[in-house]
Design a protein around this ligand. Sequence first.
Ligand code: CP
Ligand code: NVA
Length: 322
Amino acid sequence: MHDLKIDLETDKSIIKKKKDFLTLKDYSKEEIQYLLSLSSEMKKNGSLYDGKLKGKNIAMLFEKHSTRTRLSFEVAISQLGGNCIYLDVSSLQIKRGETIEDSAKIFEMYLDGLVIRTFEHQKAQTFAGCSNISVINGLTDLYHPCQALSDLFTISELGLLDKDLKFTWLGDCNNVSNSLMIGFAKLGIDISLGCSPEYVPSRDMLEYVMGISEKSGSRIKLIHDPVEAVSGADIIYTDVWISMGDKDSEEKIRKLQPFQINKKLLKYARPEARVMHCLPAHREQEITSEVLDSKHSIVWQQAENRLYAQKALLVYLFSENM
Ligand code: CP
Ligand code: NVA
């Protein structure tokens, strides 16, 4: 097996320092690999990076709930010696109609960076486009790149981030699966999406990912039979069926029911298959507690790794000498 991480001392000319982290679309294979190696370094030797964000002020603007993303960023910024300002959206002038464009200009006067969690991806793009500070996407309706980066790190830690990996996404195709698809396609790894025909990724997203896959040699498969989708899988990943901001839909839940990860379905995967979930889980809906709390589940390792992936990203974006 060949792990897809790269040496941190690699020729830095292939790693371009970016201003923002809005989607993995903007990152090359080598840049993703570099961030994975840096995440691993943060886990092993994190204290060597203490102080790397000294003097940096980074705000967090969250319009949706969060436990992991908020906590991991706040702790990561603190451990790196930076200052984190959590913004209560309801008290900002944005809520009284100040435009994103005007707010972005003000943010750049005081801040070095912004982590944003919002609905329309366009809003995060506007913040990034209207200011010269680094904007990190902490989740939008379209993407969750911080989650995907961290999950790729978790998979690489298991020694499974390889061309031979059989990875299956099950359930609703959403912001998390979009970001994972992009990450896998860039790294040249196959991904199967087990979902009902109504809840496949958008045509634009599929066309984009298939375009990258053609070059990287990976394959994206859409499979509507759950047993076929998980057959022989090394890793099965799921997420909630109703994402934040989605309308509750009994019909959607009914249509996705066959894609629930439960003991019966898991039997078709490899005997040592790992089960992933970005959390929070809607227990007994997309996944049963029996599986979530079983030896197959690596969800707690995933959640812990958010901290190291976040630290890697922050050092990459904000540290003068990464
Ligand atoms: N996985 C994830 O992003 O969790 P939170 O919504 O709690 O941040
Ligand atoms: N797809 C979920 C992810 C939560 C971390 C949502 O957007 O609500």
